[in-house]
Design a protein around this ligand. Sequence first.
Ligand code: 2BA
Length: 94
Amino acid sequence: MRLIIAIVQNEFSPKLIKSLTAKNYRTTKLSSTGGFLKSGNTTLLIGVETEKVDEVIEIIKEECKGKKVKNGEKEVTVGAANIFILDMEDFMKI
Ligand code: 2BA
């Protein structure tokens, strides 16, 4: 099993969660804040079977887009999603 941690922009998270839920993926939504821009973003925890990882990544690709934002005088590109995939030793529900 894998634990996917996906940091996405707030504006894309409702539709992303809807699409994941429609495909029977379970999610936990955490409100988070980017360390650099200090603005809100969304961190999703998604526990899945290893063979499902690619499908989840595809759904994230479909629902999230990168964008340029002003940071003072400069412009930075916030990615569509920053995704960490962790090997999950075990999962249990009690
Ligand atoms: P923030 O830390 O607020 O970063 C927002 C965007 O600012 C980044 O987009 C990047 O384009 C730029 N940026 C970040 N740090 C920078 C720096 N030291 N110098 C110049 N530009 C910088 P993304 O890379 O797509 O990141 C979006 C959000 O994903 C981040 O928000 C952060 O919350 C998270 N994130 C990205 N990489 C991460 C990592 N390695 N570990 C933990 N969280 C990460």
